[in-house]
Design a protein around this ligand. Structure first.
Ligand SMILES: [Zn+2]
Length: 235
C-alpha cells in the first residue's frame, strides 16, 4: 500500500494520547491532544504500520471518494423523519462567493458553486434546524408514550456521540440522526429518555429500554456501524 497512507488529523482538547481510528467514509483519522501538537505523525504511523496494514483492505475500501463532492445532490433524504430537502443550484460566474436561501424543505444556492463542499456548511445549518423541529416532535411523542418527561432538547454535531442526557433531564441529540432508519432513531431517543431515570448503563437502565425497544440489542449493534449510513459528503 501507499506509505504514508492518506489520513486526516484532528486536534482534541480532551484526548490524552495520540490515537487513530478508521471511519467509514472518511478513512484513517489521527487524534492528537492539543498539548502534543508537535508530535511526529509519520513516526506514529510507522510505529503502527502493522495494525494499519492489517486493516488496509477495509480501509482502502472506505477511503473517501473525492469525486463525491463533485456530484451536486438534488435531494437530501431524512429517513428518520420521513422527509426530504430539495436542493437547487443557480451558478453565477461573475462572483466568487456562494449564498443561499432556505425555504421550508428547499435550499437554493447561488454563486460560485464549484462543488458540493462549498454548500455543505449551509446544508448542515439547515439540517440542525430541521433536527430541532422534527426530532423534537418525535422526542415529545416518545416522551409522552413512555411517560418519561425531559426538560430541554438541544441539537449537537459531535463526531461520535449520537445523544446524551444530563442529570437535569436535558437531552442532546446529534442532527445526523436524521439520516438513520426510523427504528434506529427511535431507539436512540428512547435510550436518552431512559437516562432521565437511570443516569448510567446499569441492568435496570437496559431493562427500561427493553420495555420500549424489545430488540434493543440489534439496534445497539446497528448503531456501531451507523456512520456508514450517513451521506458521504457529511463524513
Ligand atoms: Zn447511554
Amino acid at each position: 500500500m501507499r506509505w504514508p497512507p492518506p489520513h486526516k488529523i484532528r486536534y482534541s482538547k480532551r484526548a490524552k494520547n495520540v490515537s487513530m481510528r478508521i471511519y467509514a467514509g472518511s478513512g484513517l483519522e489521527i487524534v492528537i491532544p492539543e498539548r502534543k501538537k508537535n508530535v511526529n505523525v509519520i513516526n506514529f504511523l510507522n510505529e503502527h504500520r502493522n495494525w494499519i496494514e492489517k486493516h488496509a483492505q477495509q480501509f482502502t475500501f472506505l477511503l473517501p471518494n473525492h469525486s463525491d463532492q463533485k456530484t451536486l445532490p438534488e435531494k437530501i433524504v431524512l429517513t428518520a423523519v420521513n422527509q426530504s430537502i430539495e436542493i437547487h443550484y443557480r451558478p453565477i460566474n461573475a462572483t466568487t462567493c456562494v449564498s443561499y436561501r432556505a425555504v421550508k424543505n428547499k435550499i437554493i444556492f447561488y454563486g460560485a458553486i464549484t462543488d458540493f463542499s462549498v454548500c455543505v456548511p449551509a446544508v448542515i445549518h439547515c439540517l440542525k434546524k430541521q433536527a430541532k423541529k422534527q426530532l423534537g416532535e418525535l422526542l415529545n411523542q416518545l416522551s409522552l408514550e413512555c411517560h418519561l418527561p425531559y426538560q430541554k432538547l438541544s441539537i449537537r454535531a459531535q463526531k461520535t456521540v449520537w445523544g446524551s442526557c444530563t442529570a437535569k433531564k436535558n437531552i442532546q441529540l446529534n442532527y445526523k440522526i436524521l439520516f438513520l432508519p426510523q427504528t434506529l432513531a427511535r431507539y436512540i431517543l428512547i435510550h436518552e429518555l431512559c437516562h432521565t431515570i437511570h443516569l448510567n448503563h446499569s441492568a435496570s437502565f437496559w431493562k427500561s429500554v427493553a420495555r420500549f425497544v424489545p430488540d434493543f440489542r440489534a439496534q445497539v449493534k446497528l448503531l456501531r456501524k451507523a456512520d456508514q449510513l450517513l451521506p458521504r459528503w457529511l463524513v
